[in-house]
Design a protein around this ligand. Structure first.
Ligand code: CUA
Length: 346
């Protein structure tokens, strides 16, 4: 019996049959509310069903027994069965309300990270301008998220933090937490948002207090620390290229990046252009100069958004996607052929 109780209710770290281990300061209050409601429900279920079964057996119809008149009223009994549930419901309301207000009120001076949700990925923008696909936070520091969506409703959800907040297009939503456990935590989208809903997986990486600043500095300089093709793949994701350009050969809003480099492409107007480095660079900086036949001239320019070094990195990445380009490095062979490009963590 003790083992069952232990499995059903968290003792210290909070891991149980129902919940993963706790990873934030807010988790305990959420668990307390949950287990309170849970055990109240279990007790009443046992009491009501138990009495029902008992009465059905005990007072079943028997040969020769005449039915007796039922009592029509019992004031103390009625007050009891109305009063106890009313008290319990008020306790639940108080716990829930207090928890909700706590979760909705970030402490003053919390560290702010901006979140962009879109079909089907998360982007996290740090105060120094670095953009990452994972959420990196310092240990034991209140972190506030300012969240927006580019398309439909998504929901930011970190089970170990017990944090869940809808991300709604056309408005900002906020949430906050203070992480108490170092390492990786799963982050997912908890609102069905289309075909790739289940791809909206990311991680929260909690860094020890002293190491976070260093991580952030290094992360912002990833182009100079990675191979150009790897940096290009990363930029492809975080600069938003992935939304319009697939890497698997399928056309999207824009042409695919697969087998572009080294091939001739037909432009609107009929001209044939060989896609080399200069063409790719021009397509990023001046997208309307040459528009591929069958596509609209809607691509935003990279001018002012990407450095020459970053543009070169994206070109190197596009070259690895072409059988006439650079053969990809052994450790990245599986990456470019699918849309699920796994990303190295700095
Ligand atoms: Cu985004 Cu589901």
């Amino acid at each position: 019996m003790n083992r069952i109780l232990f499995a059903l209710t968290p003792m210290t770290v909070g891991r149980s049959f129902w919940m993963p281990a706790r990873g934030s300061t807010g988790a305990e209050g959420v668990d307390r509310s949950f287990y309170f409601v849970f055990w109240v429900s279990v007790c009443f279920f046992a009491l009501i069903v138990g009495l029902m079964v008992f009465f059905v057996v005990r007072y079943r119809r028997r040969e020769g027994a005449a039915p007796q008149a039922s009592p029509s009223q019992n004031l103390p009994l009625e007050l009891t069965w109305a009063g106890i549930p009313v008290i319990l419901v008020f306790v639940m309301f108080y716990m829930g309300m207090k928890g909700m207000v706590d979760l909705a009120t970030p402490p003053a001076g919390a560290y702010e990270i901006k979140v962009l949700a879109k079909r089907w990925s998360w982007l996290f923008e740090y105060p120094n301008g670095h953009v990452d696909q994972d959420l990196h936070v310092p240990l034991d520091v209140p972190v506030q998220l300012l969240m927006r969506s580019e398309d439909v409703i998504h929901s930011f959800y970190v089970p170990t933090f017990r944090v869940k907040q809808d991300v709604v297009p056309g408005r900002y939503t906020k949430t906050w937490f203070r992480a108490t456990k170092e390492g990786e935590h799963l982050l997912l989208c908890a609102e069905y948002c289309g075909t790739g809903h289940s791809d909206m997986l990311a991680h929260v990486i909690v860094h020890p207090a002293g190491e976070y600043r260093q991580w952030l500095e290094d992360a912002a300089n990833f182009v100079s620390r990675m191979s150009p093709a790897d940096a290009g793949r990363r930029l492809y994701r975080i600069q938003g290229c992935a939304q319009c350009h697939s890497v698997d050969g399928k056309s999207g809003i824009g042409p695919t990046f697969r087998n572009v480099y080294g091939y001739e492409t037909v432009m609107a107007g009929g001209a044939r252009v060989l896609a080399d480095e200069n063409y790719l660079r021009e397509s990023m900086l001046n997208p309307n100069a040459k528009v591929v036949a069958g596509f609209d001239a809607i691509m935003p320019t990279a001018q002012g958004r990407m450095s020459e070094e970053q543009i070169l990195a994206v070109i190197e990445y596009i070259k690895t996607l072409s059988d006439r380009g650079t053969p990809s490095a052994p450790e990245t062979t599986s990456g470019p052929t699918t849309t699920q490009v796994s990303d190295e963590r700095p």
